[in-house]
Design a protein around this ligand. Structure first.
Ligand code: ZN
Ligand code: ZN
Length: 362
């Protein structure tokens, strides 16, 4: 499965090289290197040519590269670095007879590109953006399984976090419980857990503080887990004790907005139309000004990746994309609420992958 996936991904890059008349492509973005080689170490250089794929690693990663990357990926040992630049890179590029080299312009630094031009004289660097990201947008069955595992693990971790929501407990304890549950499993959180209570919940990305949760508080928890490199992203909003009618109404409104988005999601729909389907529900209820961000984003090897589901999102959705649907209403000085679920675009519409129930009152 892994080998077939890597083969097909590399082949797609090679087809692109052919089309763009390039002899090689230097991949420097971490997630893109991992996507093509399965290597998860932090330092490597990946080159795709018309006929092969190479990974350059130093002695710290030799064994790991052997374990993670099948022999389809040719390994080159880096003996030393010059200003953070592999000593072997210029000679490898020459051996591969690369004249026109595609680079990831959104990732490579100006210094790095200058170094290649200086060290490997005669090579023409051609800027590209989003090539591999464009391939990553549609998930294979294997990737969907990993995303599902990231989601179910995050849901278990959330249960630990929610147990900390009690009168007198500090917000940071929610994040702490989630982090410690995941680290006991040898896993990482997808990002620093957001946990904001009371008036602070009106900040869409409120960092947990020492604030003590009180009875009647609204609490927003946004969290996720990483499973074999794949990220989940889930938000739940709860009320400790009896919620006000206003809170109940807004909570129901967010569910209605999500349902409207789910009805709109199917192959062929444009991202902005999905955003609008949910946004219209919130706007019609008079809270449009309080929904201050896009409806969602793709998840995969990164927690925020294409497609972007927002007012100006022009990506056409296709089966196999996995996106978040996360409407929110934030009323400054009062409270904020958000619900975020992870959704797979299917041939016939969509499938919600998160199964954590929406429970307001705890
Ligand atoms: Zn989130
Ligand atoms: Zn999100």
């Amino acid at each position: 499965m892994l080998l077939a996936n890597l083969e097909s991904r590399i082949k797609k890059v090679q087809e692109r090289l052919n089309k763009e008349n390039l002899d090689g492509f230097l991949v420097t973005r971490f997630e893109n290197k991992r996507y093509l080689t399965n290597f998860s170490g932090s330092t490597s250089w990946v080159i795709v040519t018309q006929s092969k794929c190479l990974i350059l690693v130093d002695g710290r990663y030799t064994v790991q590269a052997e374990e993670e990357s099948p022999s389809l990926i040719e390994r080159v040992q880096i003996s030393d670095y010059l200003d953070g630049f592999p000593k072997e890179l210029p000679s490898v590029l020459h051996q591969l007879k690369i004249k026109r080299l595609g680079i990831e312009a959104h990732q490579m630094t100006l210094l790095e590109s200058r170094r290649i031009e200086e060290e490997a004289g005669g090579i023409i660097l051609v800027s590209t953006t989003g090539w591999i990201e464009g391939l990553r947008i549609k998930k294979t069955e294997d990737e969907i399984q990993k995303l599902k595992a990231a989601i179910s693990t995050a849901e278990e971790a959330y249960q630990k976090g929610i147990e900390a929501v009690q009168s007198g407990v500090e917000e940071i304890m929610i994040a702490h419980e989630i982090l410690s549950f995941l680290s006991r499993k040898g896993l990482k959180t997808a990002f620093d857990t957001i946990a904001a209570s009371g008036e602070r919940s009106a900040m869409p990305h409120g960092r947990p503080t020492n604030r003590k949760i009180q009875m009647g508080d609204i609490v927003v928890i946004d969290m996720g887990a990483v499973w074999e490199g794949y990220y989940s992203d889930i938000t739940r909003t709860v009320c400790l004790g009896k919620p006000s009618d206003e809170a109940k109404n807004i909570f129901a409104l967010l569910q209605k907005a999500q349902e409207a988005a789910y009805k709109a999601i199917r192959p062929g729909v444009i991202a902005k139309d999905v955003d609008w389907a949910a946004r219209k529900v919130i706007q019609d209820a008079g809270f449009g000004d309080y929904f201050s961000h896009g409806l969602g984003h793709g998840i995969g090897l990164e927690v925020h990746e294409a497609p972007s589901i927002r007012k100006t999102g022009d990506q056409v959705l296709e089966a196999g994309m996995v996106i978040t649907v996360e409407p929110g209403v934030y009323i400054p000085g009062k409270f904020g609420m958000r619900l975020e679920d992870d959704v797979l675009v299917t041939e016939s519409g969509c499938q919600v992958l998160t199964s954590l129930p929406h429970i307001l009152e705890i």
